[in-house]
Structures are given as structure tokens and as C-alpha cells.
Design a protein around this ligand. Structure first.
Ligand code: XMP
Length: 602
């Protein structure tokens, strides 16, 4: 994108490396104020026009060598600053106070008690409220000018303030929904900042001018995936530049959701958008995935095939960048940050919108990403404003490699050594499944086993089952997932069959996914769930048999997630219908949160 036309007075979030910087930024926007995320080392001189600064949490101790530190001059800019968790500790240290390891590490919900009225920041909170804590260190000696405004049982300085300089700190996380009155605390801080107002409607107006300024007299070529982001970006470009200056390409990979291609084409046609070429490249994708078992190898094979198809079609259509064309992308704000937009955010994955070839085009000013400042919920609101169909705008996020990462591939069964079970016992029948899947622990990825539970009520997710889902991975490190078998109540001998991605497996995965979407819509649950991967596993009750995993997810930003508790009726009906798909021998319900598991299985 070209330069922003008008400078914005934003609330800047300095990202000290926690998982929460995005959550803070999107909460602040929902309160109607502009907010953006920056590196913690950003110089005070570059922040002097900010309306306010929030210092995020982070996993380190301020005394760790190499732990992130900001520019202490930000405290002399005469703008409100609020430190959260690590942010409070760094602020304390930077202003001459003292941080020490607390007597007790606090994780989870804690009761916070205000001191007096709680000052400006906590004025709207009751005298006692529950807040989410996650810290080992705490401020022991406060810097000059600060007073404590709240305490907790084991943290004397749960919240602090220097009301004269408008500097605030909270040891807990006001941005997470588990903190009662967290929203009121953020609202109080935001109201001190007088940031420029933020709204999707205002954004839509301004972005039109920005698109025209950066495209000038060129045309835009864009890959449309069928997902929400690229569909909204493509529609926006069409409405601002007119269809004669935009060309879309939808590559049918053979790994898409049921009826996806037809629905997307129909949605655009209804809006009068006909400049979308559809290229069936499924044969090429299946050929590239033959005999590929490793998840990262699969991603690479899919990514490279995409690029090859894009290159071939753009040459065929005479669309090369040298001839007055730009590349359009549906990149949204979290995508730019996850790929190292800020240095200290946990690096989860390299987004396909930031591969090397695209980075080179970005450097040459040949990429336009009209949604790159928006969060998913904002993209959806913009999509509705552009009159895209409701069902398309509210579709669950779908990974770039599509069903490719939901068809688990393995050459050999994964055996688990007896000793790894560590004599663990639980009061429910269980079986170690012959496959492993990806999980997260700390900042790293794990590749571990899944344990299936068999209960007398296979479709009722009882308290016992949920308790075991948390306990087992904590107790036995060999497991990062716990599932409930919903298709049977007794243990079976599962038979493994080697498998990679084929058209037949993609068709089976697509059918199961379609059943799940239909059932969730019928139960009125589809839009209440953030994402619902349906995963195909290479084992069943006989050679060649397969199994299906249901993975309904509740999340705000995909960084952390919980498994959704599905009602028995919906679970039963989905299971029964999936069991009728030829070759499916078992259905499982994934109960694990992220961490220790990830959302996808690969
Ligand atoms: P995990 O499995 O890491 O997923 O908990 C987090 C979010 O990222 C999506 N995901 C991907 N999206 N390309 C994508 O475009 C990928 O290779 C990919 N892998 C995971 C996943 O669906 C979830 O929303």
C-alpha cells in the first residue's frame, strides 16, 4: 500500500512478546479508538504523536539477559502509558523502582482488592473483582510518584498509578474475558488518550482514497481463495477501481470445501462481478502431493504448486507486473504481525502471503493489501457493507492449504513405548491411537500421541471426560491430545493403513466437513463457533478403513483456543451421518485446548 493519507493519532501497543498484543489492540478498537502494534524498542521520537501507549505482557523476566526493553524516554512524552504484566514490571524498573520474583507464582483467576477508590483506572470496578493473572515476578519497590491502587493475596502491587503523569500499571490482564470489568479498565485508559476514532465505516471511506492513490493507473491481479479475506478484498477493489481494472483468479486445488467454487462464483455474479477466472488445477495438486507424508513438506508442495499455476495463468493472460499490473492480496492485520511484523511475538508460522517472491514485489511497491490494517471481525463487517452474502462473510476461517492439512498422512503407525505411559491410570477405557499430531508447548511445537477415551455415553461430553482432557496431557507428556470416541463405547483394535493426500481421501474429508457444516447450521451453532476442522485419520477397524475427528474451536485470535462443548443431540446426529460415509469406521471428538494441542492436527 502507498502512504497513509492522513496521519492517525493511535494508541500504540508495544509488543513485549506475550500472546495478547492482538487482543489488546482489537479490544481498544472495539472501544472506538485507533490502535496499532509496534516493536518494544520503537524510539520515543517515533511515538511522540501517539495518543497513548500500552506496554503488553511478555513471557520473560525483566532481569533475563536479552529480555525486551523499551525506550525509557516514552515516559517523558506527556502521553498516557499503561503497562500490563511484564509491561508494568519493565515500567517499574525503567523508572527506578524494583522488580523481584514474587513469593508465589500466580496463574489463573485471582481476587483483586482496590485500595481506596482505585484511582482513575479502576474507578468503574467494584471494591473486589476477579482478574486473570499469569506472572512470577512483581513490582516490590514502586518508582517515585507512584502509589498502589490495588492488591491481591500474593501480590502487593496488583495495580499502580502515577496520576500526575498519567502512568498506570496492572499486574493482571484486563484484555482477557476471564478478567471481570477488564473492559471498563481499558475504557478508562482509552478515554484518557483522545485517540482518533476508529470504525469500519470510516475505514471503508478512507481506504478507497488510499487504493486509488497507490494503484494510480495500473490494474490489479488477485488470487481469490474462496475464504472471507480474499473475497472481501476482491470485492472492495472491484468497487473502488471498477471491474475493468481488476482481474481475479480462483485456483481450484481439489482441496476446497464442498461446493466452494460454485458458491463463490455465484456470490460475485450477484454483485455484477464477472472478472474472476476459475482454473481447475486439482490434478496438479494431487500429483505434487503423491507420496508426501510430512506436514511441512505438504505445505511446501501446495505453496509451490499455487505459485506455478499463478505464474502460468498470469502469463497466459498477459498479466505481468512490468506491464502496469499490481498483485492484490487479502492479507489481514494478524497475518502481517505473525510473520515477524513485531520481533518478539511468538513466531507461529510463516504466512503464505509473505513468501520471498511476494516480499520482493512489496519492496517494489507492486502489492496492494487493502485489508492489512483490519482484524477478522472488522473484515466481516466490511464484507457485509459491500453486500457480500451473509453465509460467505461468516464462513469459518479455512487454512491456505485447505483440506491438505486436514487429511493426516503417515507412512507407518506411530507406536508408543510402554514406559512413556508412566504407569498412568484413569477411570475410563482408553486407547493410544496409531498416529501423532502437532501441539504447542511454550514457544515450540510438539509432535505427540493422541489418546482416545471410550465412555458408556459416547456422545455426552460429561464433566469426567473434560476433566481427563486437561489432566492427561499434564500427567503424561507423551500425549498432547485427548479425544472421546463418539461412534462406539468400547475399545477397539485399530488397524493402520499408510496414506497420503489423494482425490478419494479429499472427497471423503469434504463430505464429512459438509455434514458438520450442515448440522452446525441446523443447530444454530455455526456462527457461535470460531472454526471447526474436520480431520481424516489413516486407520479404522479393518485395512483401508479411516476415522474422522471433530475439532470445534472457540478462540479470538487462533493463538490460544478451547474445544467447544457440543450438545449431545448435534454430536450424535453428526456422528451417525459421518459413519454412513463409505470407508469410515470411527468418529472422535477432540477435547483438547491449545495449548497443549494446536487447532489443526498438522
Ligand atoms: P494451529 O493449528 O497452529 O492453527 O493452532 C492456527 C490457525 O492457523 C490456521 N492454519 C493455517 N492457515 N496456512 C494457513 O493459511 C497454514 O498452513 C495453516 N496452518 C494452520 C488454522 O486453521 C488456525 O486458524
Amino acid at each position: 500500500m502507498g502512504k497513509t493519507l492522513t496521519p492517525r493519532r493511535s494508541i500504540i501497543i508495544l509488543d513485549f512478546g506475550g500472546q495478547y498484543a492482538h487482543l489488546i489492540a482489537s479490544r481498544v478498537r472495539r472501544l472506538g479508538a485507533y490502535s496499532e502494534i509496534r516493536d518494544p524498542e520503537t524510539k520515543a521520537s517515533a511515538l511522540k504523536d501517539a495518543a497513548g501507549i500500552i506496554l503488553s505482557g511478555g513471557p520473560q523476566s525483566v532481569y533475563d539477559p536479552g529480555s525486551p526493553a523499551g525506550d525509557p524516554k516514552i515516559f517523558s512524552l506527556d502521553i498516557p502509558v499503561m503497562g500490563i504484566c511484564y509491561g508494568l514490571q519493565w515500567m517499574t524498573k525503567a523508572l527506578g523502582g524494583e522488580v523481584k520474583q514474587g513469593a508465589v507464582k500466580e496463574y489463573g483467576p485471582m481476587v483483586i482488592e482496590k485500595v481506596g477508590s482505585g484511582g482513575t483506572l479502576l474507578e468503574d470496578c467494584p471494591q473486589r473483582f476477579t482478574a486473570w493473572m499469569s506472572h512470577g515476578d512483581e513490582a516490590k519497590v514502586l518508582p517515585k510518584g507512584f502509589t498502589k491502587i490495588a492488591t491481591s493475596k500474593s501480590c502487593a502491587h496488583a495495580a499502580i498509578a502515577d496520576e500526575v503523569r498519567h502512568l498506570y500499571g496492572v499486574q493482571f490482564h484486563p484484555e482477557v474475558t476471564h478478567t471481570e470489568h477488564g473492559q471498563e479498565i481499558l475504557k478508562r485508559f482509552v478515554s484518557l488518550c483522545h485517540a482518533d476514532p476508529w470504525s469500519v465505516e470510516g475505514y471503508a471511506k478512507r481506504i478507497g482514497e488510499e487504493i486509488k492513490a497507490s494503484v494510480q493507473d495500473r490494474r490489479v491481479f488477485m488470487l481469490v481463495s474462496g475464504g472471507v479475506d480474499s473475497s472481501v478484498a476482491f470485492t472492495l477493489l472491484n468497487s473502488v477501481l471498477g471491474p475493468s481494472r481488476v482481474q481475479g483468479l480462483l485456483v481450484d486445488t481439489g482441496l476446497m470445501r464442498s461446493d466452494e467454487v460454485r458458491e463463490v462464483r455465484f456470490a460475485f455474479e450477484k454483485l455484477g462481478i464477472r472478472n474472476l477466472r476459475i482454473e481447475d488445477a486439482s490434478e496438479e495438486f494431487f500429483a505434487a502431493l503423491k507420496d508426501v507424508y510430512d506436514p511441512e513438506e505438504k505445505r511446501r508442495a501446495i505453496g509451490e504448486t499455487f505459485l506455478a499455476v499463478q505464474k502460468r495463468v498470469s502469463e497466459e493472460m498477459g498479466l505481468t507486473h512490468a506491464e502496469g499490473w499490481m498483485l492484490g492480496q487479502g492479507t489481514i492485520y494478524p497475518d502481517t504481525i505473525e510473520t515477524g511484523g513485531t520481533k518478539h511475538a511468538d513466531h507461529i508460522k510463516t504466512h503464505h502471503n509473505r513468501v520471498e517472491a511476494v516480499e520482493r514485489l512489496i519492496e517494489r511497491g507492486l502489492v496492494i493489501e487493502p485489508l492489512k490494517d483490519l482484524y477478522k471481525d472488522e473484515v466481516r463487517r466490511l464484507g457485509e457493507e459491500l453486500k457480500l452474502p451473509h453465509d460467505l462473510v461468516w464462513r469459518h476461517p479455512f487454512p491456505g492449504p485447505g483440506l491438505g492439512v486436514r487429511i493426516l498422512c503417515a507412512e507407518r503407525p506411530a507406536a508408543l513405548d510402554e514406559w512413556k505411559m508412566q504407569n498412568a491410570k484413569w477411570e475410563m477405557d482408553s486407547a493410544v491411537l496409531p498416529v501423532r499430531s502437532v501441539g504447542v508447548q511454550g514457544d515450540g511445537r510438539t509432535y505427540r500421541h493422541a489418546l482416545a477415551l471410550f465412555s458408556g455415553h459416547p456422545c455426552a461430553s460429561t464433566m469426567d471426560v473434560w476433566k481427563l482432557a486437561t489432566e492427561i496431557p499434564n500427567k503424561v507428556s507423551a500425549f498432547n491430545r485427548v479425544l472421546l470416541c463418539t461412534s462406539r463405547s468400547t475399545v477397539a483394535d485399530f488397524v493402520f493403513t499408510p496414506g497420503f493426500v489423494t482425490r478419494a481421501r479429499a472427497d471423503t474429508a469434504r463430505e464429512a466437513d459438509h455434514i458438520v457444516s450442515e448440522e452446525m447450521r441446523a443447530a444454530g451453532l455455526y456462527e457461535k463457533i470460531w472454526q471447526f476442522p474436520v480431520v481424516l485419520l489413516p486407520f479404522g477397524l479393518k485395512k483401508g478403513g479411516q476415522s474422522v475427528v471433530l475439532r470445534p474451536i472457540e478462540s479470538t485470535d487462533a493463538m490460544t483456543a478451547d474445544a467447544v462443548r457440543l450438545p449431545e443431540k448435534a454430536l450424535k446426529s453428526m456422528t451417525e451421518r459421518i459413519m454412513k460415509i463409505p470407508g469410515i469406521d470411527a468418529v472422535f471428538y477432540d477435547l483438547t485446548s491449545k495449548p497443549p494441542a494446536t487447532i489443526e492436527w498438522e
